[in-house]
Design a protein around this ligand. Structure first.
Ligand SMILES: [Zn+2]
Ligand SMILES: [Zn+2]
Length: 491
């Protein structure tokens, strides 16, 4: 039952509002944004056609999020330059509450407006900083402005296509999440808070009408060579590295974005294979080669992107020095970053900075969830404690933390049913490898002090004409990167 209705001022079509909180609606027929007011329905101008996005859900869908009834009422498309992403306007509990839902990094982010709470001043914001609010302390992971590109369906507020929206995303303890919303930057700010959910926690029980030109298929076709590969992550992936011709293409727009050589050697873990780790089944979606330059040396390693609907994304990283490691995201809100850049603390352990580098993407094969490109770089800091490493990937607008631990090739081979004697066991230290300098964390601190002294001594020697070099400092693998991707979905 609509709570309000009237004729579209643009084309005369019947316009209905299903939720009391909806102040605007984009006309399905003429794409005019129609605003409810005391004087009836007002015309706010037309929005552009919606862009194709991976969009796992659609306006009109009904289902549950962690058991809570949900209906998708509208969608806003935003873009900060890498391609549009979707934020869905949803009602919870059959219209009792409304909020926003977005998909990023293999997870759902659901938020609702916190009444009477303003966000920290925008000029005070920076990524990787904590902000204490009345609802808890939140660690900011992303600060951006994005352009509102288009919209459809009902909306809580009138939107004007083409305007900028300023926002920051932040994590709280135990899977809490918040968006600081500065709107167009001129008015008061607001805070939306909520939780992060796994893919498996969202269940769509009734499909709405699909407005996008979506052809349901189980294959992805490379727009460069026409080759087809099985679709591994339906409605989630942004880019494809083609196994036949090497082209990287944008999946939603089916355009070629980069050329790379065809991969001559099969990855150690074939894309599409499924492996079982700790009783959880992960599908290998992509193979990525990354590198860092230090002095004159190029250091390369390989990363495999894995996915499970309940767990989200994981990485298996093959590093020629440290062997294989298993990498997961870490919530920065669970990390004490007050002693950065030297150390961090996580789960009562101190991690000491081991190295910092610029990591570059050199090669991509398979499906990835962000708008990745060859040559994209991110600044990485690795912190080690015993055989575990926490990596921090940072640029001015976004930060990500991930944790890696050593895993042996025979364990990976067994999980993916690959031969232990296969290529995955070559090119790495015998015995599966250990994180370099794997000793007690206290010892590491002492060693770091010694290294610092050594570096200072060498630097003094160098500046006095000695010309000494401290040698290359390498990233030890184990990085989660979302690659600054729009997969970031604004979240
Ligand atoms: Zn209309
Ligand atoms: Zn191709």
């Amino acid at each position: 039952m609509p709570i309000a209705q009237g004729s579209c001022p643009g084309c005369g079509t019947l316009i209905e509002f299903g939720l009391g909180a909806s102040m605007a609606r984009v006309c399905d027929t003429c794409h005019t944004t129609v605003v409810r007011s005391d004087r009836g329905l007002q015309d706010l101008g037309k929005v552009a056609a919606l862009a194709d996005t991976p969009s796992p859900i659609a306006v009109g869908d009904q289902g549950t999020l962690a058991g809570r009834p949900l209906e998708v009422l509208g969608r806003v498309q935003l873009d900060y330059g890498l391609g549009p992403w979707d934020e869905y306007y949803v009602s919870f509990d059959s219209g009792m509450q409304w909020g926003w839902l977005a998909y990023a990094q293999g997870r759902w982010y659901a938020t609702t407006l916190v009444p009477n709470l303003t966000a920290p001043p925008r000029q005070d914001l920076s990524v990787d900083r904590d902000y204490a609010l009345s609802i808890g302390t939140f660690s900011v992971v992303e600060v951006r402005s994005a352009k509102i590109v288009s919209a459809e369906g009902e909306l809580p507020n009138p939107i004007k296509a083409g305007t900028l929206r300023y926002y920051a995303d932040a994590y709280g303890p135990r899977g809490a999440f918040a968006t600081f919303d500065y709107d167009d930057g001129t008015g008061p700010s607001s805070v939306y808070s909520g939780w992060i959910f796994s893919d498996a926690q969202l269940s769509v029980t009734k499909l709405g009408p699909r407005t996008a030109r979506k052809v349901k298929t189980s294959l992805l076709q490379c727009p460069n060579c026409g080759g087809e590969v099985p679709k591994l992550h339906d409605g989630r992936s942004e880019r494809l590295g083609c196994p036949y011709c090497g082209a990287i293409s944008d999946i939603p727009t089916r355009t070629v974005v980069a050329q790379q050589e065809k991969l001559l050697q099969m990855p150690d873990i074939p894309i599409g294979n499924t492996g079982i780790f700790e009783s959880i089944s992960y599908t290998c979606l992509a193979y990525i080669r990354r590198s860092t330059h230090s002095e004159d040396e190029l250091y390369q390693w390989e990363e495999y992107l894995l996915f499970n609907p309940s767990e989200g994304y994981r990485w298996l990283v093959k590093d020629p020095e440290t062997g294989w490691s298993w990498t997961t995201f870490v919530n920065p809100a669970d990390i004490d970053r007050s002693i950065l850049p030297d150390r961090i603390r996580h789960a009562n352990q101190t991690y000491v900075q081991r190295n910092r580098s610029l990591a570059r993407v050199d090669y991509v094969l398979g499906e990835v969830y962000w708008k990745c490109s060859i040559g994209e770089t991110v600044s990485v800091m690795d912190f080690a404690c015993g055989n575990e490493v926490i990596s921090r990937e940072l640029d001015t607008e976004e930060v990500n933390y991930s944790q890696s631990r050593i895993v042996s090739w025979p364990k990976i081979a067994a999980a993916f049913e690959l031969p232990v004697s296969g290529p995955g066991g070559t090119g790495i230290p015998a015995g599966g490898g250990v994180i370099r300098g794997a000793v007690g964390c206290g010892t590491i601190a002492v060693i770091v002090v010694l290294i610092v002294i050594l570096v200072v001594v060498l630097a003094v020697a160098a500046s006095s004409g000695g010309g000494g070099s401290t040698g290359p400092v390498f990233i030890g693998g184990g990085s989660s990167y979302r690659g600054g991707g729009s997969y970031s979905g604004g979240k």
